[in-house]
Write a protein that binds this ligand. Structure first.
Ligand code: PGA
Length: 253
């Protein structure tokens, strides 16, 4: 059984006070379940403080980005080993905002994925198509290119220590969620692409859905056979909203 992962991508939001309130609320209302893992991904400046606060709670810590380089003259960058050092278990790589706004190519994302794994982190690889790509029937081609760049670079076995998030760009922060069936179709496709290389890896890797997941649509999405949880943006910034989503996963266990 793959179990569920419910991950909060806080993006560039928060403050010491707001983060403490948010995490205190999650801890207070956390569902008691072994097979639903909760993860929060705060901005870099707050990682160390959050690691201390989350210690012993069972909530995992992740970063939103990482350098593909190990150390050296890369002003403003953060090495994978540093993330491990301050208590991160996960790191998001290839979020569509970084691909689109920061110009990260699939090659760069693949290098970050590998660097993260080399440092013992679990990469959470985001893939997804834009609205225009969906309308012109390029969804699978786009996903294949983003996924295969990583599979070719790191090998299929690397997905034993990785998580994938399918995040249609048109659903991120827009309030437009993919229907459970639209999401399931792409999740199944991702699993088929991986299964062509290794059946067992494809069957065991967690694939999260992201894009306007809320408490009232989470159960429908998480109920689909190939959806193993969510990567949550806006609704991860209020503890009640995040918990409502986590509870949907808990109820489906
Ligand atoms: P959203 O963001 O839940 O606000 O749509 C999801 C994401 O970008 O990971």
């Amino acid at each position: 059984m793959r179990g569920y992962l419910v991950a909060g991508n806080w993006k560039m939001n928060g403050s010491n006070a707001a983060n403490a309130e948010l995490v205190d609320g999650i801890i207070a209302g956390m569902p008691q379940s072994d097979s639903v893992e909760l993860l929060v991904c705060p901005p870099f400046p707050y990682l160390a403080a959050m690691a201390a606060k989350l210690s012993g709670t069972g909530i995992a810590l992740g970063a939103q980005n990482v350098s593909q380089h190990e150390a050296g003259a890369y002003t403003g960058e953060t090495a994978p080993s540093m993330l491990g050092d301050v208590g991160c278990k996960y790191v998001i790589v290839g979020h569509s905002e970084r691909r689109a706004i920061m110009g990260e190519s699939s090659e760069t994302v693949a290098a970050k994925f590998q660097a993260a794994q080399d440092a013992g982190l679990i990469p959470l690889l985001c893939v997804g198509e834009s609205q225009q790509q969906r309308e012109t029937n390029q969804t699978e081609a786009v996903i294949d290119e983003q996924l295969n760049a990583v599979v070719d670079g790191s090998g299929i076995e690397a997905f034993r220590r990785a998580v994938i998030a399918y995040e249609p760009v048109w659903a991120i922060g827009t309030g437009l969620t993919a229907t459970p069936q639209q999401a399931q179709d792409v999740h199944r496709h991702i699993r088929e692409v991986l299964a062509a290389r290794h059946q067992d890896v494809a069957a065991t890797v967690k694939i999260l859905y992201g894009g306007s997941v809320k408490g009232d649509n989470a159960a429908g999405l998480f109920g689909k056979p190939d959806i193993d949880g969510g990567l949550i943006g806006g609704a991860s910034l209020k503890s009640a909203d995040f918990l409502a989503i986590a509870e949907a996963a808990w109820a489906l266990n």
